[in-house]
Design a protein around this ligand. Sequence first.
Ligand code: ATP
Ligand code: MG
Length: 202
Amino acid sequence: MQKIGIMGGTFDPIHYGHLVAAEEARWQFGLEKVIFIPAGHPPHKVSRKISEARHRLAMTRLAIESNPFFAASAIEIERPGLSYTINTVRDMRNTYPLTDIYFITGADAVLEILSWKHIDELLDQCCFIAAKRPGYRLGRLKTKLPGLRKEQLKRITVIEVPALAISSTDIRQRVQTGRPIKYLLPEAVEKYIREQGLYREN
Ligand code: ATP
Ligand code: MG
């Protein structure tokens, strides 16, 4: 059975945390490829101003360029309405019917999945790979996600990813306050942020 990974996120901007997590998941699970899908209208980020989708997509494309196993998709951006993971997974199921789908997230995000739309269907349709940094104690998923059945919990695997205190929020704040972002994200993305004047104002 073919296996593909989906890395969803706002990617505002994409950084090495995302890239390292995706690459580690690809390698550990033997994924044929990982598709990066920037969210169009993330339901949990409606309160903050998000950069235009075209910028987030462009930065994602620049960031993955050097990895032949990575691809980017605009399906969430092109779909009207809020971006729910379930719709994306349904689309992927249609495009890749005979494929196991692995949804890659950060450990922080996986603890929120109980609030996600159609979580039962989601856990039937795909497996989850939750990236946590070494030393971060996630605790036992079973107690953190009390609503899930045993078979559902089995579909969530936690992996360790190194060096990942990096976040988009911190990068945006750094740009705004003139602190360096070099080495936190690919050079081409850094250059794009500079050229397009992103994140300069609040
Ligand atoms: P923000 O600070 O704006 O929330 P972010 O850095 O968390 O941005 P997102 O686009 O929200 O980035 O994250 C997309 C996915 O990547 C989420 O599943 C998130 O948990 C995961 N992720 C984000 N940062 C890291 C990191 N440093 N290491 C591993 N996974 C990460
Ligand atoms: Mg986040």
